[in-house]
Write a protein that binds this ligand. Structure first.
Ligand code: AHR
Length: 611
């Protein structure tokens, strides 16, 4: 059996710089309780709804009703999130440790020895009083840090700030706010942030690092269904998610079933894209939720034009100046927007789409506009630079979809495979099999990258405590994380964006279970040829890999082979075995234009030849 690589320049084609990126959706607590490092859940007490008294979940009360009475009211100093907590302490010198409230964060706060935490909160008390703020174990018994804060008696709200240094590690801690003074105190907008976030921008460092390792060329955000909502009132609204965090109302993401304070808002999404070196792709709601449709006559595109002014506008524009006030004088280079999510079949999609398209094209002619309608089989009936394409299915589906774009018209609208994943039929929590089928699918996208401009796996993140959509590329809890086999598979494609593609032919009795591609690229003054081969079959395959047309000879000493495989197709990674299925790299002693290759059953192999 032979695999031939034609590396001659006349048959080479450049792959778009943007080919592989990420899709960040607020799903599975990816943001709130995830990459956004805020430790307090429901920091403004708004999650229980606007009618009072409302539930304060997940806050809980310390002390019984004979000593403390706690309820929400509408007395906040922030008009867009008017709910505050009223706490009446009925005793003086109540009980050891005092009475009050605690917040367990998102399934426990990760507090680490020696680290600094910044607490900010707002309080109001008519009498002078005293609060103790502490970080404790989940039962309150282990004290990791505490401080006493004096609150001066006044009818105004006061902003209180306190640094807390942890003197122990506890992965499931809680924040306590207690007092021993009789009287009434109101509390609102309580935030606890670790001080060592990525670039000080509020993102969990170790999760950012996993994204950086993918070298994402773009970041699509913030959804997904999160953009639509089951009901429009619960859709993501960028305007409500910018400006001072204390003034953001937050909202209930009703598709994935949880509240978010919107600390990770439109600005922070743009900041994260910038920190990752990824082009932002802003997906906005264009009048549809899962259950409602608004007709174009009732839609004003101004809202979205304002969002673009926020990102790109000059420092003295209305919305650009808010960006400056938030700390980013330079524009965020938004070059792509997507009008809606999976809304093509909605009755008013075309009308609404055209209204947005016209307005954006006129104001920002350089912005690439992405439609929700599939143009892979027939041309779109409306103007668009790119169309969205989503594919979920079992491993057979993804494997066979590697040929999906082979017959797509070459000169039409470009494709963005913005969501792909093996997600059904024994996918477990993300298996080797899923990653092999997806790898084969991606070799097909590379091959068709004259029409496929971009691709991203979905979903990206999952908090292990909220597996609403399974599997995801990166799984985490309050303090640790691991990549699924699909995550590791993507690392083998990270050099493909902007590389040069070379034609590959396979001649083997097992070619039905093989998929392959070849690229060359340059990195720090060296050139490489990478030949990737997926063997999704149960038979080992012996191949001669024969390369013609190379401009430089292979440097055997620096060539490597990387293999992603495991004993069983159903093998996964987990917190206890985070590296059960990961790529393993070693030297490739027989590297050359003509080399013998052994492909193990169920394997994904990358031959990296230094040139
Ligand atoms: O990735 C999960 C969901 O799948 C997305 O929110 C949606 O766009 C798709 O249906």
């Amino acid at each position: 059996a032979v695999l031939k690589v034609d590396a001659s320049p006349q048959h080479a084609r450049k792959i778009p710089e943007t080919l592989f990126g990420i899709f960040f959706e607020e799903i599975n607590h990816a943001g709130a309780g995830g990459i956004w490092a805020e430790l307090v859940s429901n920091r403004g007490f708004e999650a229980g709804g606007p009618n009072t008294p409302s539930s304060i979940d997940p806050w809980s009360i310390i002390g019984n009703e004979s000593v403390i009475s706690v309820a929400t009211d509408r007395s906040s100093c922030f008009s867009r999130n008017i709910i505050a907590l009223r706490m009446e302490v009925l005793c003086g010198d109540c009980q050891a440790g005092g009475v009050g409230i605690y917040n367990p964060g998102f399934w426990g706060m990760n507090i680490e020895d020696g680290k600094n935490y910044s607490l900010v909160m707002y309080a109001k008390s008519l009498e002078n009083t005293e609060l103790t703020v502490s970080l404790t174990s989940s039962d309150g018994l282990q004290n990791l840090s505490s401080a006493t804060i004096q609150v001066a008696g006044t009818s105004n709200w006061t902003k209180l700030e306190q640094k807390l240094v942890a003197k122990g590690t506890n992965r499931t801690s809680r924040l306590q706010i207690t007092t021993n003074k009789k009287g009434v105190i109101w509390l609102d907008q309580i935030s606890l942030m670790p001080s060592d976030t990525y670039k000080g921008h509020g993102f969990r460092k170790e999760l950012v690092s996993m994204l950086l390792d993918l070298k994402p060329q773009f970041m699509r955000f913030p959804g997904g269904c999160f953009v639509e909502g089951q009901w429009l009132r619960n859709a993501f609204r960028w305007r409500e998610s910018v400006g001072p965090w204390e003034e953001r109302p937050g909202h209930f993401g009703d598709v994935w079933g949880y509240w978010t304070d919107d600390g990770l808002g439109y600005y922070e999404f743009l900041q994260l894209s910038e920190d990752l070196g990824a082009a932002p792709i802003w997906v906005f709601n264009n009048g549809f939720s899962h259950n409602e449709e608004i007709n174009a006559t009732a839609i004003a595109p101004f809202d979205i034009l304002d969002s673009l002014e926020f990102a790109r506008g000059s420092t003295n524009s209305t919305w650009g100046s808010l960006r400056v006030a938030m700390g980013h004088p330079e524009p965020f280079p938004v070059k792509y927007v997507t009008i809606g999510n999976e809304d093509c079949t909605k009755k008013f999609y075309h009308g609404n789409y055209l209204k947005f398209h016209r307005a954006i094209r006129e104001a920002y002619p350089d912005i690439q506009i992405i439609s929700n309608c599939d143009g892979s089989s027939k041309p779109l009936d409306h103007p668009a630079d790119i169309y969205d394409f989503h594919v979920y299915g079992d491993s057979n589906t993804l494997f066979s979809m590697r040929n999906k774009f082979d017959s797509t018209p070459r000169n039409g609208t470009k494709a963005f495979v913005s969501e792909y994943a093996v997600s059904s039929n024994g996918v477990g929590r993300g298996t080797l099999l899923a990653s092999l089928a997806e790898a084969a699918f991606l070799t097909g996208l590379e091959k068709n990258s004259d029409v496929v401009q971009m691709a991203s796996y979905a979903p990206l993140f999952m908090n292990d405590n909220d597996r609403s959509w399974n599997p995801a590329a990166v799984v985490f809890n309050s303090w640790k994380q691991y990549g699924s086999p699909s995550y590791w598979m993507q690392t083998i494609f990270r050099e493909s964006s902007g590389a040069v593609l070379h034609p590959v032919t396979i001649n083997s009795m097992y070619s039905n279970s093989l998929a392959a591609s070849a690229i060359t690229w340059k990195a720090s003054n060296s050139s490489f040829l990478r030949v990737k081969i997926v063997n999704i079959g149960s038979n080992p395959v012996n191949l001669i890999v024969s390369t013609t047309g190379l401009e430089a000879l292979v440097n055997m000493r620096k060539s490597t082979i990387t293999i992603l495989t495991s004993k069983n197709l159903s093998d996964e990674n987990s917190f206890s075995k985070p590296t059960n299925v990961v790529p393993v790299t070693r030297e490739l002693p027989n590297a050359g234009e003509e080399m013998f290759a052994f492909l193990g059953p169920y394997s994904f192999t990358s031959f990296d030849l230094a040139l």
